[in-house]
Design a protein around this ligand. Structure first.
Ligand code: AMP
Ligand code: GLY
Length: 441
């Protein structure tokens, strides 16, 4: 069968790479893809934008695509799944009404409250006056969030009342995020450690993927501005078996039931961004209607089951019969970005990807490789890879534990260069600290 992956980032490269490993798949198209997907076996880029729903639909029909997997949120929120389903095409991703969980933070907060799902206390504002009064009355730290999609830029964790007022004023009074910021959520600041819990959902059933954690901050020690994510790893030591069960029963399952009950039946990746407190209690920071980027990359490195089978089981409401098998090892991905990201950054720089010896690569097929460079913001000019985005690569490795996965990923990172590359050198540090604590105990 033929598969179409919609999107062109690191997450989509990982999804396309994994889908191409399915023995049932002979071709994977990626729209628009990147230099990494262009050079992947069985994979072909298609010059269509992820937002061009009609173009994608015509392409999928013309090529007799058997399954479309959607990477980014924007086409889902715009109704790509509704459109494909109405045309009788199989697509893995939620319809627009279900994707509202990510499209509107105010909707998400109300939904969580309606269904008794644990999250930070919050209030929603359309006007600056009441928002400022509320911020004054609550004090800092406090969190101000734009309601709509802002590509991850619309959340301000304010450590002073002044910073919170400034954030709310930027959104509600100065139109900093346009329509997305004309409504804001002001939220209690939660303490704890963050984790990402992504599940495959369909037919009211849930198949959890391996838990992961990402590093959203640009700087080492999780400092500086928020980005889309500078690195990620799986498993997440903070999510032990017991916490994982709690997340499933207290968060994911009631969410899926609630969506069904409200006529918003969900199919696709469902991503809960969680804060885990000192007792292992999860609370929802946000929902995304897609896989995480970069979390999807290390999670796909560990997935031993056929991704296409799992997506089809979700679409056919057979997830209770499906099983996700995991590599016991840890996987970790380091994002190599263009210097300046998430602000202004140069593009078009030539990337040197030298040959890399994994110690014994000769015996390894692509499926069992120890390292993998997933591309994000890259394009090909002839045979030369050029930078073409803020996050350029996600360099992943498997290892016996997070520490050894990190060591190998960084060895591979050191073999790659371009003039203005930036990456964090401490991806996975919390997990490594936990591993060291466990080894001492
Ligand atoms: P969100 O897009 O809502 O997940 O927010 C982006 C980031 O802001 C999260 O990954 C957290 O690091 C931080 N954040 C969001 N909400 C809160 C909160 N209520 N308390 C503490 N940190 C938060
Ligand atoms: N890594 C966070 C996200 O995908 O939203």
């Amino acid at each position: 069968m033929k598969v179409l992956v919609v999107g062109g980032g690191g997450r989509e490269h990982a999804l396309a790479w994994k889908a191409a490993q399915s023995p049932r798949v002979h071709r994977v198209f990626v729209a628009p893809g990147n230099a990494g997907t262009a050079r992947e076996g069985k994979v072909e880029n298609v010059a269509l934008d992820a937002g061009d729903i009609e173009g994608l639909l015509a392409f999928a029909r013309g090529e007799d695509v058997g399954l479309t997997i959607v990477g980014p949120e924007a086409p889902l929120v715009a109704g790509i799944a509704d459109r494909f389903e109405a045309a009788g095409l199989r697509i893995f991703g939620p319809r627009a009404r279900a994707a509202e969980l990510e499209a509107s933070k105010a909707f998400c907060k109300d939904f969580l409250a309606r269904h008794g799902i644990p999250t930070a206390a919050s209030r929603v504002f359309d006007d600056i006056g009441p928002a400022l009064d509320y911020i004054e009355s609550k004090g800092a730290p406090i969190v101000v969030k734009a309601d709509g999609l802002t590509g991850g830029k619309g959340v301000v964790v304010a450590h002073s009342v002044g910073a919170a007022r400034e954030a709310a004023a930027g959104m509600l009074a100065r139109d900093l995020f346009g329509k997305a910021g004309r409504r804001v959520v002001v939220e209690e600041h939660l303490e704890g450690e963050e984790a990402s819990f992504i599940a495959i959902v369909g037919g009211g059933k849930v198949l959890p993927l391996a838990p992961s954690q990402d590093h959203k901050a640009l700087g080492e020690g999780d400092t500086g501005p928020n980005t889309g994510g500078m690195g990620a790893y799986s498993p997440a030591p903070i999510v032990d078996t017991e916490t994982s069960e709690r997340i499933l029963h207290e968060v994911i399952e009631p969410t899926v039931r609630g969506l069904e009950a409200e006529g918003r039946a969900y199919t696709g990746f469902l991503y809960a961004g969680l804060m885990i407190d000192g007792h292992g209690a999860p609370r929802v920071l946000e929902y995304n209607c897609r896989g995480g980027d970069p979390e999807t990359q290390p999670v796909m490195m560990r997935l031993r089951s056929d991704l296409v089978e799992l997506c089809e089981a979700a679409i056919d409401a057979r997830l209770d019969e499906a099983e996700a098998r995991w590599d016991e090892r840890a996987a970790l991905g380091v994002v190599m970005a263009a210097e300046g990201y998430p602000g202004e950054y140069p593009g078009g720089e030539p990337v040197q990807l030298s040959l890399f010896n994994e110690t014994d690569p000769a015996s390894r097929s692509d499926e069992t490789c120890l390292t993998k460079v997933f591309h994000a913001g890259t394009r090909l000019e002839g045979t030369q890879v050029l930078t073409a985005g803020g996050r350029v690569l996600c360099v992943c490795a498997l290892g016996e534990d997070v520490r050894s996965a990190a060591a190998l990923a960084y060895r591979r990172v050191e073999s790659i260069s371009w003039p203005h590359a930036y990456f964090r050198r401490d991806i996975g540090y919390r997990a490594v600290e936990r591993e060291e604590e466990a080894a001492r105990a």
